[in-house]
Design a protein around this ligand. Structure first.
Ligand code: ASP
Length: 318
């Protein structure tokens, strides 16, 4: 019989430059806190970490504010291609889909693949799987993302990434960045899981592969779990999620593993963020970008990082 432990939860809705207005910030806060509240109560009632992170992703994918599922950004050709992954830390098992289109919740496919002999599928295979599972065809396009893309086309695609969250003002002043979602949980049995879902960085070349469905962007063992956001190429170059998790697995405290990994990322001029938990219940987050949209439940209360500037520190924890 395993020990009952206090569950922990941290989620993110992307990293990048500041949100435009306080209105945007409060709306994002409400969205994130609602998900934390709901998923945390699932954890308290005994839901496994793996199921809880899927449920959290599901909710965030359905929120058009974030760049995953409904509200995903458009790629250079005006199409939406989404990627998602799930890693069960206790089982040490990764699964995911890359560049899937016309499904509502890519994380569902990643979850299904956990028990499949073939665990990471690209575009064609993901579409075949969605058909096999008889998932209804779904158009994840929102008006705001379409306007953002039209604006970019007008400007000849000078932005290298889409906006961090969908805000009405962005259609006119498209200078904010990023947005992806991730959920990391520790359940009452002390088991960890991480899940990440994205529409990509926006305006990318067809076939570009996001870090979100790679162990670089989403990784967990029985000791630690991490979900990343930011420029995928930077996350891949740092192999950030795996780097942090392996450091903890090898005996480093989560706080130190985060500090060291973010110092390196900063030194290498990367633009990224990450959320993390360890098996002892430590919660940590870090960023080299301007803001990180994350919220967490520490067992007593909900907190968030929306106004954390991280001026002196690249990482923080509780
Ligand atoms: N990491 C994602 C990507 O590059 C984007 C994001 O985190 O917003 O595909």
């Amino acid at each position: 019989m395993e020990l009952q432990v206090q569950p922990k939860l941290i989620i993110h809705g992307g990293a990048g430059s500041s949100l435009h207005g306080k209105g945007g910030l409060e709306a994002v806060r409400r969205s994130l806190h609602t998900v934390v509240e709901e998923v945390y109560s699932l954890l308290l009632s005994g839901t496994t970490a793996s199921e809880a992170v899927v449920q959290g992703c599901y909710m965030l994918e359905n929120d058009p504010r974030f760049n995953a599922g409904t509200g995903s950004v458009l790629q250079s050709d005006g199409q939406i291609r989404m990627s998602a992954s799930l890693m069960d830390g206790a089982l040490g098992r990764f699964s995911g889909v890359i560049n899937v289109s016309r499904v509502k919740n890519p994380i569902e496919l990643a979850q299904f693949l956990q028990t499949s002999p073939d665990r990471v599928l690209s575009d064609y295979g993901s579409a075949e799987l969605a058909r096999e599972l008889q998932l209804p065809t779904y158009n994840a396009l929102t008006e705001l993302r379409l306007q953002e893309w039209i604006q970019e086309r007008h400007d000849n695609f000078k932005s290298t990434m889409a906006s961090v969250v969908a805000e009405p003002e962005l259609a006119e002043t498209s200078n904010a960045r990023r947005g992806t979602i991730g959920v990391v949980a520790l359940d009452t049995n002390g088991k960890l899981a991480a899940a990440t879902s994205t529409g990509g960085k926006g305006f990318e070349r067809i076939g570009r592969v996001s870090d979100s469905a790679m162990p670089a962007g989403n990784y967990a063992t029985e000791y630690a779990a991490v979900s990343c956001t930011g420029i995928g190429e930077d996350i891949i170059d740092e192999c950030l999620a795996a780097r942090i998790v392996v450091r903890v697995t090898d005996g480093m405290f989560l706080k130190d593993a985060m500090q060291r990994s973010f110092t390196e990322a900063h030194h290498n001029k990367r633009d990224l963020g990450a959320i993390a938990l360890d098996a002892n219940g430590a919660i940590a987050w870090g960023k080299t970008s301007e803001i990180l949209l994350a919220a967490y439940h520490d067992g007593e209360q909900i907190g968030d990082t929306l106004e954390w500037t991280g001026n002196d520190e690249l990482t923080s924890y509780c």
